[in-house]
Write a protein that binds this ligand. Structure first.
Ligand SMILES: *Cc1c(COP(=O)(O)O)cnc(C)c1O
Length: 509
C-alpha cells in the first residue's frame, strides 16, 4: 500500500468511525451471534494475493459488526466505561504512525518527556500530593502502564523486592528463600479480580480481608489479619486498597488503613481504576483522604477520562524501589544521558512501550480541565437521575449509588431480580450486569458511554420497568411517580452533584 492509498483507506475509516458514532443508537448494544460465528465468515487461510482495501471495508459490517458488543453505545451500562473520544483516537493514529518504542530516553526523547509532563498534568488535575510527581529533586514519579492489573502487579513486585532487600540488610543471616516463603499481601474481599491475580503472578498469598457491611476495608479488620499472620511468623509486605470497588464503587478507609501500613512497614498501593477520574472535581477529593499514606497510586484514564484503552496512570512516592527491582541493564541499552530522565523500561514489565502520552495530551488539550469536569459531573448527575426513576417505583429498591453507578433490585426474593436481568439481557437493547451486595443479588447500572444523555436514561428505565411488568404486574391502582426535574435538581443539590444542567441540555461530553 502506498501513501496515496493509505490516505484513501484512512479517510474512509475515519468516516466509518464517525458514522458509527453518529448512528450508534440504531444498533442493539449486545450482539446476536453464537461462539464460532466468525470462522464461518472468513477464509481458512491468508489470501494468496493481496486484496483491495475496499473489500476490507465491506467486510467490517459483514464480519465484525455482528460480533461487537457496543461499549460506546449510550445503552451500555455494564462493568465500567471504556473511555473513547475523538481527540484520543487521533492521538492513537499519530502514535501508530510514529510507532516509536520508548523504552529509554534516547529511544525517543519526546516519548519519555511528554509522558513525564503529562503525568504531572494528571497528578495536579487529580489533586494528588506533590510527592508523587516527576521532579528532578524528589524521589516520586509517574508513568503510564497498560492496565490497572499491571499496576497492581508492578507495585507488588517492587514491594516484594524492597522487603527482601531491607530484611536482609537488617539481618544478613536471613536467607532470601526463607523471606520469600513467608511474605503475605492483603486486599479486601471486594477487590477486583486482578488483585488476586497479581498475588498469583507474584507468587505470594493475597489474603482477602472481609470488608464492612458497606463494602469498605476498615483498619481494624486489616490490623487483625496482619497480627494473626505475624504471630504465625509470616511477613506482611503489601496492601492493596480500593477507591471505587468494581462491584458497588465502595471506598476503602485510607485514613484507617494508611497509618497501619506505615506502622507495619507495609507498602500501600491504591487501586482507583474507575473512581480516580472523579478526583478531577474538587468536590470528590474527600473520597481519597489519606492518599498521602500510599506508596503507589493508580487509576485508569482509559475508563472514565475519555482516553482510549490502554492508558493506566501510576505514581510512586519513591521510584528508587521500583527501579532497583526492575533494573536489568545490557550494553545495548546504555546511553549517555542516563540518570537525567527516566528510562521507563525500569518502571514496567515489558521492555517496549508505546507512545501513549500523545492521546492523553490531545484529550486534555481539547477538553481542558473544564471539559473533563463537565463530563464527570454530568455523568454522575445522570446516574442520580436514574436512581430517582428507580426510587419512584415501589417494586424496586436502590441499594447503593456512588458516582456513576447505581445498584438496584426488585424487592423480595433474588429470583425476581435474576429473572429481570435475564430478560433484559435477552432483549439486547440494554447491557447491565449483576453483583452481590449484603448477600443480595443486585443489578449494576453504570453511566458508561460519553454519548449517554437524559433521554437514554429514560429509555433504559422504560425498558427495565416495562420488563419488570412481566415479572411483577404493576397494580392498576398504583401510581408510579415520574420524578419531576425540580425534585431531581433538589436531590442533586443535597448530594453536592452539580452537573445536572449540562447533563440535561447537552448530554455528557
Ligand atoms: C476495572 C478495574 C480494574 C481492572 O482494570 P484493567 O485496567 O482492565 O486492568 C482493577 N481494579 C478496579 C477497581 C477496577 O474497577
Amino acid at each position: 500500500m502506498d501513501s496515496k492509498e493509505f490516505r484513501e483507506f484512512g479517510k474512509a475509516m475515519i468516516d466509518y468511525v464517525a458514522d458509527y458514532m453518529d448512528n450508534i443508537r440504531d444498533r442493539n448494544v449486545l450482539p446476536s451471534v453464537e461462539p464460532g460465528y466468525l470462522e464461518k465468515l472468513v477464509p481458512k487461510d491468508t489470501p494468496e494475493l493481496g486484496e483491495d482495501w475496499k473489500s476490507i471495508m465491506t467486510d467490517i459490517e459483514r464480519v465484525i459488526m455482528p460480533g461487537i458488543t457496543h461499549w460506546n453505545s449510550p445503552h451500555f451500562h455494564a462493568y465500567y466505561p471504556t473511555a473513547c473520544s475523538f481527540p484520543s483516537i487521533v492521538g492513537e493514529i499519530l502514535s501508530a504512525g510514529l510507532s516509536s518504542i520508548g523504552f529509554s530516553w534516547i529511544s525517543s526523547p519526546a516519548c519519555t518527556e511528554l509522558e513525564v509532563v503529562m503525568m504531572n498534568w494528571l497528578g495536579n488535575l487529580l489533586g494528588l500530593p506533590e510527592t508523587f510527581l516527576n521532579s528532578s529533586s524528589g524521589p516520586g514519579g509517574g508513568t503510564i502502564q497498560g492496565s490497572a492489573s499491571e499496576a497492581t502487579l508492578v507495585g507488588l513486585l517492587s514491594a516484594r523486592e524492597k522487603t527482601v532487600k531491607e530484611l536482609r540488610e537488617n539481618d544478613p543471616s536471613l536467607s532470601e528463600s526463607d523471606i520469600r516463603g513467608r511474605l503475605v499481601a492483603y486486599t479486601s474481599d471486594q477487590a477486583n479480580s486482578s488483585v488476586e491475580k497479581a498475588g498469583l503472578l507474584g507468587a505470594v498469598p493475597m489474603k482477602h480481608v472481609p470488608a464492612d457491611e458497606n463494602g469498605c476495608l476498615r483498619g481494624e479488620a486489616l490490623q487483625k489479619a496482619i497480627d494473626e499472620d505475624k504471630r504465625n511468623n509470616r511477613i506482611p509486605f503489601y496492601v492493596v486498597a480500593t477507591l471505587g470497588s468494581t462491584g458497588t464503587c465502595a471506598f476503602d478507609k485510607l485514613e484507617e488503613i494508611g497509618p497501619i501500613c506505615k506502622k507495619e512497614g507495609v507498602w500501600l498501593h491504591i487501586d482507583a481504576a474507575y473512581a480516580g477520574t472523579a478526583f478531577v472535581c474538587p468536590e470528590y477529593r474527600p473520597l481519597m483522604k489519606g492518599v498521602h499514606y500510599a506508596d503507589s497510586f493508580n487509576y485508569n484514564p482509559h475508563k472514565w477520562m475519555l482516553v482510549n484503552f490502554d492508558c493506566s496512570a501510576m505514581w510512586f512516592q519513591n521510584v528508587k524501589h521500583l527501579v532497583e527491582s526492575f533494573n536489568v541493564d545490557r550494553i545495548y541499552l546504555k546511553h549517555q544521558h542516563e540518570g537525567h530522565a527516566p528510562d521507563y523500561r525500569h518502571w514496567q514489565i515489558a521492555l517496549g512501550r508505546r507512545f501513549r502520552s500523545l492521546k492523553l495530551w490531545f484529550t486534555l488539550r481539547i477538553y481542558g480541565v473544564e471539559g473533563i469536569r463537565n463530563h464527570v459531573r454530568s455523568q454522575i448527575a445522570l446516574a442520580k437521575y436514574f436512581e430517582e426513576l428507580v426510587s419512584g417505583d415501589s417494586r424496586f429498591e436502590v441499594l447503593t449509588s456512588n458516582l456513576g453507578l447505581v445498584c438496584f433490585r426488585l424487592k423480595g426474593d433474588d429470583k425476581l431480580t435474576k429473572d429481570l436481568l435475564q430478560k433484559i439481557t435477552e432483549k439486547k437493547k440494554l447491557y447491565l450486569i449483576s453483583c452481590y451486595y449484603r448477600n443480595k443479588f443486585v443489578i449494576r447500572f453504570v453511566i458508561c458511554s460519553r454519548l449517554t444523555n437524559s433521554s437514554d436514561v429514560e429509555f433504559a428505565w422504560k425498558e427495565i420497568s416495562g420488563i419488570a411488568n412481566e415479572i411483577i404486574p404493576r397494580k392498576f391502582f398504583e401510581n408510579v411517580k415520574m420524578p419531576s426535574i425540580s425534585s431531581i435538581a433538589d436531590s442533586c443539590k443535597n448530594n453536592g452533584i452539580v452537573g445536572l444542567n449540562d447533563a440535561f441540555s447537552k448530554g455528557a461530553a
